[in-house]
Ligand binder design. Structure first.
Ligand SMILES: CC(C)(COP(=O)(O)OP(=O)(O)OC[C@H]1O[C@@H](n2cnc3c(N)ncnc32)[C@H](O)[C@@H]1OP(=O)(O)O)[C@@H](O)C(=O)NCCC(=O)NCCS
Length: 262
């Protein structure tokens, strides 16, 4: 099930274990990038979907939603299998909780969280211990999204954006991804005023940008960009991530961005 290909007619999968340390203890987490055409996902869904998940995917779903749901579950299973290779991916069920947040069910699975995001045929997922809440987001960088992103962004954040490097569509989308990833770590999604999720500061780093949040000092986010894909991972501030993990994530995102477009 885990082919690795930059050819858009077959699936792309890349998983990386995250080297996290919190309170002096190693934490086991993993990140997965996946991309696959809808035809392939439909034909292979029985290889990775739990029956509860299969019930979510009906013919009545719009193709775009069906694609997102399938590629998101595909990525989630990759991330979960990296942590639990002994468990059949079909034995995990990633079901929507009462806040629509993804919740992992399965025998032998305890205190395991998942966050996922999809953009067309591409999905990212991060599996983590529930004690270390995390959130992830991926978006296409689009010139036509700039007016909306700017209008939804607090003034202080716009002043910050003006000081950052990179083309404007990329800067704006990276800030957006950071907010959306924070909203997933918090489980509120974008149901709160966006200024609540505002990015307060950004430190460029070889792996990407490390960002802090105006109202959630307990969290920080890593923003990466490759081609026309922007992504962000938010985790507790007290948890350290090995610098090589950020670089590996960006390299894998670059492969996906080169080969997979909407
Ligand atoms: C969470 C949210 C920000 C996702 O934004 P998006 O750009 O549409 O989609 P992404 O691909 O980045 O992420 C989608 C995933 O976020 C996850 N998600 C949804 N709600 C979530 C929440 N409250 N907390 C954490 N994760 C959530 C889901 O796993 C979803 O994928 P799935 O439905 O295929 O399982 C957005 O859907 C939202 O604000 N939801 C809030 C809940 C809500 O109000 N739902 C009713 C909408 S009318």
């Amino acid at each position: 099930m885990t082919g690795q290909s930059a050819d858009p007619s077959s699936p792309f999968v890349h998983t990386l274990p995250l080297t996290l340390t919190g309170r002096g203890e190693p934490l086991r987490a993993s990140l997965a990038l996946a991309a696959a055409p809808l035809d392939w996902l439909d034909a292979n869904a029985q290889e990775f979907l739990h029956p509860d998940e299969a019930a979510l995917v009906t013919d009545r779903l719009h193709a775009r939603r069906r694609h997102g749901l399938l590629v998101g579950r595909f990525a989630a299973k990759q991330a979960l299998s990296r942590l639990h290779p002994e468990i059949d991916p079909r034995a995990f069920a990633v079901r929507p909780g009462v806040l629509e947040q993804p919740v992992v069910f399965g025998e032998g699975v305890r205190n395991l969280g998942i966050s996922l995001s999809h953009a067309g045929p591409v999905a990212l997922a991060v599996a983590f211990p529930e004690g270390c809440p995390m959130g992830i987001d991926v978006e296409r960088v689009r010139l036509d999204a700039v007016p909306l992103l700017v209008s939804q962004s607090p003034q202080a954040e716009q002043r910050l954006a003006a000081r950052l490097d990179g083309p404007e569509p990329e800067r704006q989308m990276r800030l957006w991804c950071l907010k959306e990833a924070l909203s997933k770590a918090l489980r509120c999604g974008l149901t709160v005023p966006l200024e609540v999720l505002a990015v307060a500061n950004v430190e460029p780093d070889p792996a990407g940008w490390w960002a802090g949040f105006a109202n959630f000092a307990q969290y920080r986010g890593l923003s990466v960009v490759a081609g026309d894909l922007a992504a962000a991972l938010v985790l507790p501030k007290t948890v350290t991530l090995a610098p090589s993990d950020g670089a590996a994530w960006q390299a894998a995102l670059a492969v996906v961005a080169r080969a997979w477009r909407e």
